[in-house]
Design a protein around this ligand. Structure first.
Ligand SMILES: *[C@@H]1O[C@H](CO)[C@@H](O)[C@H](O)[C@H]1NC(C)=O
Ligand SMILES: *[C@@H]1O[C@H](CO)[C@@H](O)[C@H](O)[C@H]1NC(C)=O
Ligand SMILES: *[C@@H]1O[C@H](CO)[C@@H](O)[C@H](O)[C@H]1NC(C)=O
Ligand SMILES: *[C@@H]1O[C@H](CO)[C@@H](O)[C@H](O)[C@H]1NC(C)=O
Ligand SMILES: *[C@@H]1O[C@H](CO)[C@@H](O)[C@H](O)[C@H]1NC(C)=O
Ligand SMILES: *[C@@H]1O[C@H](CO)[C@@H](O)[C@H](O)[C@H]1NC(C)=O
Ligand SMILES: *[C@@H]1O[C@H](CO)[C@@H](O)[C@H](O)[C@H]1NC(C)=O
Ligand SMILES: *[C@@H]1O[C@H](CO)[C@@H](O)[C@H](O)[C@H]1NC(C)=O
Length: 576
């Protein structure tokens, strides 16, 4: 899929894979959860005994091709846990890590990465359900294909789920090349790369195939931000373990007669940051900038700080800086979300321990307590005295990030207004078996064709019982509003979503609500809530409102396994 398009991240890939999807959430609404989620608890692991590790940073801005492979490795994920078998990205077998190295690029400087597959297994070690739509290589092996989430990139380099390849050289139907070029034309922001293979993305990302990708833009970035050792990448992911260190992953499906192995949503009982279970981070009484990714399969995080005097000073989202910072007590993150924030520890007495905690139910937003992690924390900050001779630089929180947003977004005229429903269908036992966007699945033909350069309003009508992250490829968009409606009445055909709130015919039960704090600013992933219509403002150009700096051949759109494909109706060349 080239690029433009929509897809719900990991949660959605789950659905791509098969069909059931919502069972967990469905059951959660009744105060239960799915039997396949009843995993044996992880062994006891003392929290906060291991320091936060940092993936190595590789700067690829000089244009030299980086060869990045996927390998099978073992890695210690907690000092009390035996080494864990993982799949991991790296430049060699011995240097591959989970998460993969952080790739750093400079805006407008193209980077070249050759992706290789060195995984020797005959199948993915986290069980593959063969009854769902997946890559299914004839000669076996573990297919991989890497997607750079958030990139403005040409189709053939976008990591189409059907562009997979195995170590032995078998390729999927959309495969073109392993040598990818990233133009890096999007704004300074934190992207992430991860496996994207059709049907097993959830397995391979949980197995470890994910890493960060930082786009720097010196002219764009506010001066005086905390940097160097004061800029901290955080890749957050939940996992559950057997006593021998292996990942505990369900192998009995929710609806075993339909899908013997597939469990719709994975929730682990431990939280890892940068590949370590519940680590700690020493900080000086100074400002730190954090670049955080939620790389979980299905878990949302609602982060809080247990020291009330400390706030999250959010300066950026998925797609770059906010116009001005937001001071927040909590940060809600769906899978795929990135957030850029500052915490100012300046006033904290050395010796103090502070916790980054999580208050989000699982599934979000209406789960019961049974799928929460063993402790509600993500990370411990240990505030320590600044050693003699060390002088934390004088950094500041910018008041204005010099970002021009079209405001208010909804005042902009749109050429096209699309409405897309997100639905699920159930099997005879009432287990959801299929998730569809506009009643279409991944294999259906293209239905939506935005014109390059056009402005469109998209309404996503969530008729599932669950919140879903939705990711549009290629562009950054603005969430304009979300509005609740009476789904029962809507499904009875007794009202209209075309009539405004207050009209007797209207399905809406409230006036349009502006996005909540975590959904403000340019985004590439947002949360659809059940029984709400989410309205997006999209512009099918690059972030400057200009043509994309590459030729876009076609693109597709997917959401929860399903979806409409989407194709640009005109072609664009590099110079236009
Ligand atoms: C480009 O950067 C890479 C990674 O930092 C480095 O290994 C390589 O030597 C550099 N190439 C040139 C031509 O400077
Ligand atoms: C891809 O990159 C490799 C390694 O640099 C090179 O040997 C190969 O010729 C390239 N293939 C294509 C199709 O460009
Ligand atoms: C780890 O333990 C689990 C549960 O007993 C078992 O299924 C798995 O095969 C073990 N893994 C290894 C590498 O021994
Ligand atoms: C996140 O947690 C905070 C503190 O518990 C709470 O006030 C807020 O409503 C939560 N946000 C969401 C979206 O649940
Ligand atoms: C935050 O986490 C710490 C450490 O796990 C825990 O002791 C504390 O109770 C948590 N606070 C809240 C409000 O959950
Ligand atoms: C704001 O951004 C514009 C273009 O993006 C740039 O020309 C200008 O110098 C910036 N202003 C400041 C104060 O950084
Ligand atoms: C969805 O598609 C199926 C089969 O293609 C069809 O039977 C059904 O009526 C469609 N539902 C809606 C709401 O259009
Ligand atoms: C939604 O519609 C149903 C069916 O007409 C009705 O029973 C229910 O009271 C409505 N709910 C709300 C919140 O308006």
């Amino acid at each position: 899929m080239a690029a433009a398009a929509c897809l719900n991240l990991l949660v959605i890939n789950i659905c791509v894979i098969s069909t059931v999807c919502q069972l967990a959430n469905f059951a959660a609404a009744q105060g239960q959860h799915s039997v396949c989620q009843d995993l044996q608890p992880s062994p006891a692991l003392t929290p906060f005994v291991d320091p936060l590790p940092f993936p190595k940073t590789i700067d690829i801005s000089n244009g030299t091709q980086l060869v990045m492979g996927a390998y099978k490795i073992t890695q210690k994920l907690h000092s009390q846990l035996p080494p864990t078998t993982l799949y991991a990205y790296g430049t060699s077998q011995t240097t591959a890590t989970y998460p993969g190295p952080t790739l750093q690029v400079t805006r407008y400087k193209a980077a070249h990465v050759r992706w290789e597959n060195h995984i020797p297994d005959s199948e993915t070690f986290l069980i593959t359900d063969r009854t769902i739509h997946w890559a299914n290589p004839k000669r076996g092996g573990v297919p991989i294909v890497t997607h750079l989430h958030g990139a403005e990139v040409e189709s053939i380099y976008d990591g189409n789920p059907d562009a997979w390849f195995t170590a032995s050289g078998e390729t999927g139907p959309e495969f073109v090349t392993q040598n990818y070029t990233y133009p890096n034309s999007q704004r300074a922001s934190l992207l992430w790369y991860h496996d994207h293979t059709v049907g097993i993305t959830r397995n391979n990302v949980l197995a470890g195939l994910a890493g960060l990708y930082i786009v720097r833009s010196p002219s764009e970035e506010p001066k005086n931000l905390p940097s160097g050792e004061y800029e901290i990448p955080l890749v957050v992911q939940d996992k559950q373990f057997w006593a021998n260190g292996s990942i505990n992953f369900p192998d009995i499906g929710d609806s075993p007669s339909t899908h013997p192995n597939w469990c719709p949503e994975y929730f682990g009982d431990t939280v890892l940051v940068n590949g370590m279970v519940w680590p700690y981070l020493n900080v000086y009484p100074a400002k730190y900038r954090f670049r955080l990714l939620n790389a979980a399969n299905a878990r949302f995080f609602n982060l809080t700080i247990n020291e009330p005097s400390l706030k999250f000073i959010q300066i950026g989202t998925d797609s770059g800086f906010l116009r001005s910072p937001l001071t927040l007590s909590s940060l809600t993150l769906a899978p795929g979300y990135r957030v850029d924030f500052i915490i100012d520890f300046s006033g904290i007495t050395p010796g103090t321990k502070i916790y980054l905690n999580n208050t989000a139910p699982a599934p979000f937003p209406s789960g019961d307590d049974s799928l929460l992690t063993k402790i509600p924390s993500v990370l411990e900050f240990r505030v320590i005295s600044t050693p003699q001779g060390v002088h934390p630089p004088s950094t500041s929180v910018p008041q204005n990030m010099n970002i021009t947003l079209p405001t208010p977004a909804y005042s902009l005229t749109a050429n096209v207004h699309r409405k897309l429903t997100l639905t699920e269908t159930d099997d005879a036992d009432g287990n959801p078996v299929l998730i569809l966007l506009n009643n279409r699945s991944w294999v259906d033909p293209v239905t939506e064709s935005p014109k390059l350069g056009s402005v469109e309003v998209w309404d996503i009508i969530n008729l599932t019982p669950d919140a879903h992250p939705i990711h549009l490829y290629l562009i950054a968009f603005l969430l304009v509003q979300q509005q609740e409606f009476n789904q029962t009445l809507y499904e009875e055909g007794g009202c209209s979503l075309d009539s405004p709130f207050g009209d007797p015919q209207s399905c809406f039960t409230e006036s349009p609500q502006p996005p909540n704090a975590e959904q403000v600013g340019f985004k590439d992933t947002f949360i659809t809530y059940p029984s709400k219509v989410s309205r997006l403002w999209t512009r099918w150009t690059n972030r400057e409102g200009k043509p994309f700096p590459m030729s876009i051949r076609s693109s597709s759109m997917r959401e929860t396994g399903a979806a409409s494909r989407l194709q640009f109706s005109n072609q664009l060349t590099a110079e236009s």
